[in-house]
Design a protein around this ligand. Structure first.
Ligand SMILES: O=C(O)c1ccc[n+]([C@@H]2O[C@H](COP(=O)([O-])O)[C@@H](O)[C@H]2O)c1
Ligand SMILES: Cc1cc2nc[nH]c2cc1C
Length: 331
């Protein structure tokens, strides 16, 4: 298919929307989605099939050192990886339903936690490990593209007990927000644990290396978040739209956009998570999330629920009749 410039594609797409048999603007957000996808894909025939879903999984030393930050133990991360592979996780069920491949990439589920520092002292990862994780994310996208018949949409998700603490620390660091404004309940921590979680995020924000987005990622991030940063950078280079899931994926988006502003152009935001910090992150990215369904699961579930809306936006854009073709006189 002939590629045109992003501006030209958006202009043509708005032109087509205005000719379709509907009052102008009556398909609301579906029109914006179609035009946005047209711009990213640089065509007036946007499509989201074939789509692919990558889940990055990792554990976090902070959970070993301070288990109160999550309502679940870190063993659940590996158990859930097995559940994805067996097809029993929410996102596996939805991927199978959509006929979409789900690839699970282990970027550090088995970690050595003995005597290892964590995000509370600004030592979540060495810069070397952080860069390796970013590279793993980039490689996963390139691999998925190589094994697909022209990937048209990338859905990113994560699995990692403790990573709402990571997302809170990163969001607080990038946005300069307080721990209280970015820390939520994650998997459902009760009040006494929430106080400990809040203190962990506060400590991380005191010790974060705020020299650059990358140093923030290394000092208070996590491997799966770094991998998603790499995945977004690769997708932007390949002009593949990315449907962003919840709070943790959005915290990766904050970092990726700081590192490469052009990443923002390929991102669409599926939903507003229950996590309070997510709203602040979305606002700072000028993102208009498609759904607000009180979801707090992660693993790409919200993006997979929103996916049919993208598909419908495309088929309406490509297949509806124009006024001229239908012989309807507008005025
Ligand atoms: O994506 C979200 O907004 C989201 C909100 C709450 C929880 N999660 C998921 O739950 C896990 C992290 O929760 P926690 O309490 O262990 O930090 C991790 O595996 C995420 O996929 C995800
Ligand atoms: C059971 C379970 C499933 C998940 N999926 C993503 N994060 C999760 C966290 C838990 C605890």
């Amino acid at each position: 298919m002939m590629k045109i410039s992003a501006d030209e594609a958006r202009e043509q797409a708005w032109g087509r929307q205005s000719q379709l048999t509907k009052p102008p603007g009556s398909l609301g957000e579906l029109e914006n989605i179609a035009v946005e996808l047209a711009g990213i894909q640089r065509t007036n025939e946007p499509v989201v099939r074939p789509a692919g879903c990558i889940i990055f999984a990792a554990n976090h030393p902070v959970v070993a050192n301070c288990p109160e930050v999550s309502a679940f133990p870190m063993e659940v991360t590996s158990a859930m990886v097995a559940n994805f592979e067996a097809g029993g996780a929410a996102s596996s069920v939805l991927c199978a339903h959509h006929g979409m491949p789900q690839v699970v990439v282990d970027v550090g589920v088995s970690i050595d936690v003995d005597g290892v520092g964590d995000l509370r002292d600004g030592k979540a990862m060495s810069m070397e490990l952080c860069r390796q994780s970013i590279a793993a994310g980039e490689a996963a996208v390139r691999d998925m593209v190589a094994h697909s018949d022209g990937l048209k949409l990338l859905i990113l998700g994560e699995m990692g007990i403790g990573n709402t603490t990571v997302a809170a620390a990163l969001t607080g660091a990038v946005l300069g927000e307080s721990a209280a404004r970015v820390t939520g309940r994650g998997t459902g921590v009760a009040d006494p644990s929430y106080i400990v979680k809040l203190a962990a995020v506060r400590q991380a924000l005191e010790n974060v290396d705020a020299t650059s987005a990358e140093t923030m990622l290394a000092s208070v991030g996590g491997r799966e978040v770094a991998a998603m940063v790499g995945a977004m950078i690769a997708a932007a280079e390949l002009e593949i739209p990315v449907l962003v899931d919840g709070y943790i994926v959005t915290s990766a988006a904050l970092v990726a956009v700081e590192m490469h502003a052009s990443v923002r152009d390929v991102l669409l935001f599926a939903h507003q998570s229950r996590e309070q910090g997510h709203q602040l992150a979305l606002k700072s990215l000028s993102a208009n999330a498609l759904l607000d369904m009180n979801l707090a699961l992660g693993e790409a579930s919200g993006a997979l629920v929103a996916y049919p809306m993208l598909e419908q936006a495309c088929i309406l854009h490509n297949k509806m009749a124009t006024f001229e073709a239908a012989g309807i006189v507008k005025e």
